[in-house]
Write a protein that binds this ligand. Structure first.
Ligand code: CO
Length: 217
């Protein structure tokens, strides 16, 4: 048996143990969950393997609706993101959307360099724009990692704003639906999440230019 196949077999064995451990504690867990999901949270995070959504916040299957991409981006023309967002907000009626970035993000770091990587350069272009627009904030920072980490935070704030500007989120607010968009950042070095305190709860918090006139009737 090749090494690759053996390691895949291990994954299946891990899965069997995981499933039986849960079923032992709560025999109804999977049958109940199979009928419906009712998560309160939508998580938008980085694809980075070191930032596993459920584990970080101690949530079980069924408790977190998840969308991940490189550098936890909210791109307004991304049908994948928009579909997840609409389903989470309009059908599942999640109460909170959490954009969770992480320090030391490779996608963010790549957006600060001039090296050409391929298709990903276009995906990360909005972060490069952000870096360009906020140049002043980087002047006092000496180390490369400080710069990357600062841009990681700025990127989370930008994505929180991007989410708040969507018609999907603003429609929910206009209907009186309780929905908060939060910006968090995760530390790879200590495993801790920090709240960046940029939560948006209502359209009044948006700049006039982004506020949509929505007939809520
Ligand atoms: Co990342």
């Amino acid at each position: 048996m090749s090494k690759d196949v053996k390691s895949l077999q291990e994954l299946i064995e891990n899965n069997r143990k995981w499933a039986s451990d849960i079923s032992e504690k709560d025999p109804d867990f999977f049958p109940t969950l199979a009928k419906q999901q009712a998560p309160d949270y939508l998580w938008i995070g980085c694809s980075d393997s070191r930032v596993p959504a459920n584990e970080i916040v101690g949530l079980l299957p069924g408790e977190l609706f998840v969308h991940r991409n490189v550098a936890n981006m909210v791109v307004h023309t991304d049908m994948n993101l928009l579909s997840v967002l609409q389903y989470a907000v309009e059908v599942l009626k999640v109460r909170h959307i959490i954009v969770c970035g992480h320090y030391g993000c490779g996608g963010v770091a790549a957006a600060m360099k001039n090296q050409k990587l391929g298709l990903i350069d276009n995906w990360l272009l909005e972060i490069r724009d952000l870096y360009h627009d906020k140049q002043d904030m980087f002047k006092g920072l000496r180390s490369e990692s400080e710069k990357v980490d600062t841009l990681c935070e700025l990127n989370v704030v930008r994505q929180v704003n991007n989410l708040s500007h969507t018609s999907i989120v603003q429609d929910a607010w206009a209907k009186g639906q309780k929905l908060a968009v939060h910006g968090w950042i995760y530390g790879l070095k200590d495993g801790k999440v920090n709240n960046l305190n940029v939560t948006v709860n209502e359209s009044n918090q948006l700049s006039d230019i982004f506020r949509l006139d929505i007939d809520s009737k």
